[in-house]
Design a protein around this ligand. Structure first.
Ligand SMILES: [Zn+2]
Length: 313
């Protein structure tokens, strides 16, 4: 007992020597990285020279790179089938903001100009620093067609964060990175209308609506330490790039399954109503109303007519 305490003290002391002033804001994100929980004060990979810790870290790094580790492909998981709902775990309640200033989301995850927008756009100026949201390893730092210069970090909970349209890289593939570490500089490379950060959150190659997991306000909050993701949160067609989808975080498998049962509401047509007005007032797609009620977008509505509004969320 005594020797364990003195070892802990020694390790804490070493950590203090190496810690930076920003230590208070740094947090390890390491889902399923049980070896980290033995050393909760260990924030900086590679800083501490202790054979036991090194061994555990090496094991964790091996684990993260064990499957589908390809530093040349944007998505190495092409042949993987993801069975939703999927449970994601976080061992902290905050992430590091990918940019060092107020985050303005200029475009959300969802349908945009007839195409799927699988991430969110955060406003920045070319040359602004872009940093890693969590601890992890650089899986990809390469030009990728529409995404331009792109850095992808794989994290210990199985998520990958994608930082696209960069002007310059500050890391290379296989680098170990800490939460908050510089990855590159923002820009407008690839298919970008003006400089911004296109941020994707991928699970085994499937993009999840980032705003379902993270609040992009100034608190940098992770919505829950335990989040169940249904397939609806990975389908851009169910979301609009123009606004954040209303959300309720699903914290158990039961909740996730129950959420998939569509909620139906009866709407009675009033004077002056049009399909598009009903759609926007009730936060539902016009095509969904048409499909549920077997009517056309051009159909005339009668006052008193009953329409079923079917909600997916
Ligand atoms: Zn984008």
């Amino acid at each position: 007992m005594h020797s364990i305490n003195s070892m802990k003290f020694l390790i804490s002391l070493i950590f203090l020597i190496f810690s930076t002033p920003s230590f208070g804001q740094e947090n390890p994100n390491s889902l399923e990285l049980n070896s980290f929980s033995d050393f909760p004060f260990l924030k900086k990979i590679g800083d501490i020279k202790n054979s036991n810790i090194d061994k555990k870290l090496n094991e964790a790094l091996l684990d993260i790179k064990k499957e589908y580790w390809d530093t040349t492909a944007y998505n190495p998981y092409r042949k993987v089938k993801v069975n939703f709902p999927v449970e994601l775990k976080f061992d902290d309640s905050t992430y590091s903001s990918p940019i060092n200033m107020k985050k303005v989301v200029t475009s959300h995850f969802g349908w945009r100009r007839g195409r799927a927008h699988r991430g969110i756009d955060i406003d920045l100026v070319t040359g602004d620093s872009v940093v890693s949201m969590f601890n992890g390893v650089v899986r990809f730092a390469h030009y990728s067609r529409g995404h331009g210069r792109t850095v992808i970090i794989r994290h210990y909970n199985g998520l990958e964060t994608v930082y696209a349209h960069l002007s310059k890289y500050a890391v290379k593939a296989n680098d170990t990175v800490r939460q908050g570490q510089l990855l590159g500089y923002g820009g407008a490379t690839g298919n970008a209308r003006g400089s911004h950060l296109h941020l994707c959150i991928n699970y085994k190659g499937i993009s999840i609506n980032p705003e379902y997991l993270f609040d992009f306000g100034k608190e940098n909050a992770i919505r829950s330490k335990n989040i169940w993701v249904t397939e609806n949160w990975a389908k851009p067609g169910l979301h609009s790039s123009k606004k954040q989808t209303k959300l309720k975080v699903l914290q158990t498998k039961e909740e996730a399954i129950a959420s998939l049962e569509k909620r139906k509401v009866v709407y009675i047509v009033r004077r002056g109503d049009t399909l598009s007005r009903i759609a926007s007032k009730n936060n539902i797609a016009m095509s969904s109303i048409c499909k549920t009620n077997r009517i056309k977008k051009t159909s005339t509505l009668r006052i008193g007519q009953r329409l079923i509004l079917e909600y997916t969320f």
